[in-house]
Design a protein around this ligand. Structure first.
Ligand code: SF4
Length: 334
């Protein structure tokens, strides 16, 4: 039984009096104590998928049109908002991209970390404060007392993100969603925080969804990876299979954009063009205007998902028991 399974999720936004789909039929599952990496450029629907899992899609203009999200025997899209409040922050937590805009500037870091402990676990203020400071130590904050009474603007970016992680872990969630957790940080702090997330996941028996635009970040972190483009999954596989033998031209392009010491002196690869907005998704394969391998059929026919070679377990793209196989949405594999 997976920790979370998402089936045929569709999310739309009302833009210019039209419904535009930001997520178009996404299906995946996250195994117990496994990390799923969701990768793609900005605007591919990764964060909207995460917001839908947390039921935080702003409505209006957003709307979860259809699909299913099952977590701990519950259908999250069907339970009342009051029940969802007991899941959010307690059983599923989220670390957001930019801690400066996610932390409340008018409350101390200690107040904000203790709040979920008081709300969800019924702790009194003193016990919540003590546990908050323990959590600060656990995430590598050297002066937990000082940080407890500091406001977010008193701290560096790396420290603020550690506070966010401590808040997310406060109620020992079963699933942690980390949405671009290190994008706003410099490279050395980034590496330390990723190491910390990995260690915490191992010690706390959590599952994790790691969302990033950088395939390099999921290397060594994720067990399974899905690659999204224009609101749909274009490739999914166990991480090793995806890195060793990427099949979709978009994944190949993403991998080539990772700077490498072996390619020192060469110009960095860029993917021409930009991700289409949900209002401008082209007919056929949405990637065809940018694809170096596009054929005539790609301009007309939308490719279905094909199963190609692969192994392992974890990602279940169709929720049909076809676990851990390598799937690609591309006419090249028909
Ligand atoms: Fe490229 Fe065609 Fe495959 Fe799309 S379907 S990724 S355009 S080859």
């Amino acid at each position: 039984m997976p920790c979370l399974s998402c089936n045929d999720l569709k999310v739309s936004f009302r833009i210019q009096k039209k419904s535009a789909y930001a997520v178009r039929g996404v299906s995946f599952s996250v195994g117990d104590r496994r990390t799923l990496g969701i990768v793609g450029e900005s605007g591919c629907g990764k964060s909207v998928t995460a917001a839908a899992i947390m039921r935080l899609v702003p409505t209006p203009p957003g709307k979860i049109e259809s699909g299913s999200i099952r977590f701990e025997e519950k259908e999250l899209l069907a339970i009342p908002e009051k029940e969802m409040c007991g899941v959010r922050g307690r059983r599923i937590s989220m670390v957001f991209q930019d801690p400066m805009t996610s932390l409340n500037p008018v409350f101390t870091c200690g107040y904000q970390t203790a709040e979920p402990l008081i709300l969800h676990k019924g702790m009194d203020k003193r016990a919540a404060a003590e546990l908050s400071m323990e959590l600060f130590s656990e995430v590598g904050i050297a002066e937990p007392k000082r940080v407890f009474s500091s406001y977010p603007h008193n701290l560096s970016g790396g420290m603020r993100q550690r506070v966010m992680i401590a808040m997310a872990l406060a109620c020992s969630p079963r699933l942690l969603i980390a949405d671009e957790p290190t994008t706003a940080l410099d490279v050395t702090v980034q590496a330390r925080l990723l190491e910390l997330l990995k260690k915490l996941q191992d010690t706390k028996d959590m599952s994790m969804i790691l969302i990033t635009h950088n395939l390099g970040i999921v290397t060594g972190m994720a067990h399974d990876v899905i690659v999204m483009y224009a609101g749909e999954i274009v490739e999914s596989a166990p991480a090793q299979a995806l890195f060793e033998s990427p099949r979709h031209p978009y994944t190949e392009c993403l991998l080539k954009t990772i700077p490498s010491i072996e390619r020192r002196g060469e110009r960095l690869t860029v993917i021409p063009g930009t991700v289409p907005t949900p209002l401008e998704v082209p007919e056929g394969c949405p990637f065809h205007p940018r694809c170096p391998k596009a054929k005539d059929v790609c301009k007309k026919d939308h490719p279905p998902l094909h199963r190609v070679d692969g192994g392992g377990n974890g990602v279940n793209i169709d929720n049909d028991g076809d676990n851990g196989k390598h799937h690609v949405r591309c006419h090249l594999y028909e």
